[in-house]
Design a protein around this ligand. Structure first.
Ligand code: PHE
Length: 341
């Protein structure tokens, strides 16, 4: 009887040491120490043992029961610790991994070049004046000395709204009239930036929408020398001191005399290349002395006041500065282009 007891004890102890998981351990407990477990059953058999063996048997059963209980507690603690260890290994967070980087937005290249242009004109005492994108025929053309049947209108074909006479502006020049009418008779030094629209075939060199920065200075004794000096200074500030500039006579209905300003080609330094069409020069803006009719339309007496005006294309300037060969990139929203700025 006592031998059988030891055999059961050893057997269940061996079983215990190889329980692989906590749930297997619980099954072991039920089999051995549960209400109907084999060791529990043994304690009930004490009564069947002979009188003389009964105390030894009883003591031994209790001993075994206690040992197994202790062994169970220990095994449970070991399994719990092992489970935690493996969790720490397999479920761990590697705090040394680099984090996922937040993508940062940036300013559109047109906005960047516009801000650079504002800063330069700001340094020269010019204020930013905003005027509307949707204009009337009167402001876009007529008040700028371009009557209905004037051939110069061919240069500025535009988009018409369903309201007769209301169009999208083809240039920022109508802003000249708005500014003059607001400031007259005070002197003016403003730049007028903003989007312009033209009904054109879209090519590498022309878009149906683009920015312009208009400039206007009105006051007493303003001469062509002021125009040339100011614009030459601007070109040197934006393209660098060494960059040569030149003025060429041109025609605009709202300025007289009119000119275009060129800068020495940035790509070939004036020696001639494909971009400058082997002239060594690149055109960057139109300009001139404000036409007397336009001054009068703005409220200024052309016998007392004079002024100069200019209009430049910031996208053109950005193209020259950064060697961009296609204006369509600006509004194509291709991140491969935009991310370079
Ligand atoms: N408005 C002209 C254009 O769009 C540019 C210009 C502005 C010329 C002011 C002279 C004076 O081409």
């Amino acid at each position: 009887m006592l031998e059988e007891l030891d055999e059961i004890y050893e057997h269940s102890l061996r079983d215990l040491t190889i329980t692989p998981t906590i749930s297997e351990l619980e099954k072991w407990y039920k089999r051995n120490l549960g209400r109907k477990g084999q060791v529990t059953e043994l304690t009930r058999q004490v009564g069947q043992v002979s009188q003389e063996d009964r105390p030894t048997f009883g003591r031994r059963v209790n001993e075994i029961k206690q040992n197994l209980e202790n062994a169970y507690e220990k095994r449970l603690a070991d399994l719990k610790a092992a489970e935690l260890d493996s969790l720490l290994v397999f479920d761990s967070i590697d705090v040394t991994l680099p984090g996922r980087r937040q993508l940062r937005g940036r300013l559109h290249p047109s906005t960047q070049i516009l801000r650079e242009i504002y800063r330069i004109w700001g340094d020269m005492g010019f204020q930013v004046y905003r005027s509307r994108d949707v204009e009337t025929d009167e402001f876009n053309f007529e008040l700028l000395n371009i009557p209905e049947d004037h051939p110069a209108r061919d240069m500025w074909d535009t988009f018409h709204t369903t309201t007769p006479g209301v169009i999208l502006r083809t240039h920022t020049s109508p802003g000249q009239i708005h500014a003059m009418r607001e400031y007259c008779p005070e002197p003016i030094r403003v730049i007028l930036p903003g989007m312009c629209y033209r009904y054109e075939q879209i090519t590498a060199r022309s878009e149906i929408q683009f920015n312009q920065v208009e400039g206007l200075a009105v006051g007493r004794y303003i001469t062509m020398a002021d125009l040339k000096g100011t614009l030459t200074d601007f070109a040197k500030r934006i393209f660098g001191k060494e960059r040569a500039t030149r003025f060429r006579a041109n025609y605009f209905p709202f300025t007289e005399p009119s000119a275009e300003m060129d800068v020495e080609c940035i790509l070939c330094n004036g020696s001639g290349c494909q971009v400058c069409q082997y002239t060594g020069w690149l055109e960057i803006l139109g300009c001139g002395m404000v036409h007397p009719t336009v001054l009068r339309n703005g409220g200024y007496d052309p016998d007392v006041y004079s002024g100069f005006a200019f209009g430049m294309g910031p996208e053109r300037i950005a193209m020259l500065k950064y060697g961009i060969d296609d204006i369509r990139y600006f509004w194509a929203n291709d991140l491969r282009f935009l991310e370079q700025f």
